[in-house]
Ligand binder design. Structure first.
Ligand code: MF3
Ligand code: CO
Ligand code: CO
Length: 255
């Protein structure tokens, strides 16, 4: 069942999502060659706690850290560690989820670390475009399948693949609720979008094959061919006329 949030619940979703966005803005200047993913984890953890919230990933089904950090060929759910040090040319996805006043807000961004190879920078740019094209389809009476259709059209036009093993999700009082938001699809298929629904759109786009491999730590997801992968994520509200991006950052508002 897909929950419809009341006006009061929507206000609380706005607050937790604004904090998730603020945490992403806070961590951005620290994402530089030489920093460890564990340092980034600790900084985000402390920031979220200082804002009277809780980092949703911590102990979620046993996840050991407060954010996910997914480097290069890691598709998603990477675990921050002390010995993983960022270097020039890397791409790092930071996935932040906050739990504030009973509601979750979920967002992620792929950062360029120093100077990145042009074909990798293009992958990251196109992945952002894919997310935004998916978001642009959101409106009452639209269908969840419209989102994946828009995303796959752009990704495939550039010769990239779209991960199908992991998807977006409804979000609210639960971290992961119905519906599943698959990032491939056919226009007009799937559940109908209604005002008050909140869900994430978080396409994972690969330079090579779409297939993934789960590491023996039970969390880290790699591309099967070890080619690099990028991702962006926002939490979206369906409004009476279209959508609101609840986790939008200031840097995105002028675009
Ligand atoms: N934030 C991720 C998502 O976008 C989920 C992370 S679950 C965790 O859905 F346990 F790995 F943190
Ligand atoms: Co999510
Ligand atoms: Co997330």
């Amino acid at each position: 069942m897909i929950t419809i949030k009341s006006q009061r619940e929507i206000e609380l979703m706005r607050k937790t999502c604004a904090l998730a966005a603020k945490t992403m803005e806070y961590i951005a200047p620290f994402v530089k060659p030489g920093v460890s993913t564990e340092e980034l984890n600790q900084l985000c953890h402390d920031f979220i706690i200082a804002n009277n919230a809780y980092p949703s990933p911590l102990n979620y089904h046993g996840f050991p850290k407060s954010i996910c950090t997914s480097l290069n060929e890691v598709v998603c759910h990477g675990i921050p560690t002390k010995d993983q040090i960022l270097k020039d040319g890397d791409i790092l996805n930071i996935d932040i989820t906050t739990y504030l006043d009973g509601f979750h807000g979920d967002t992620n961004k792929t950062f360029l670390v120093g100077k990145v190879a042009p074909h990798v920078e293009k992958l990251v740019d196109v992945t952002y475009q894919c997310m935004m094209a998916g978001i642009a389809t959101v409106k009452p009476g639209g269908h969840i399948g419209d989102i994946g259709a828009a995303i796959q059209e752009i990704a495939h036009a550039h010769g990239y693949s779209v991960v199908e093993d992991y998807c977006g999700h409804g979000i609210g009082r639960e971290f992961h609720e119905a519906p599943q938001v698959v990032h491939v699809g056919k226009k007009g298929t799937g559940a109908m979008m209604k005002p008050g629904m909140t869900f994430t759109i978080e396409p994972m786009i690969n330079l090579g094959v779409k297939e993934t491999k789960l590491l023996s730590d039970g969390w880290t997801v790699l591309t099967k061919d070890r080619k690099w992968s990028a991702q962006f994520e926002h939490t979206i509200l369906v409004t009476e006329t279209g959508f609101d991006i609840l986790t939008l950052r200031n840097e995105e508002k002028t675009n």
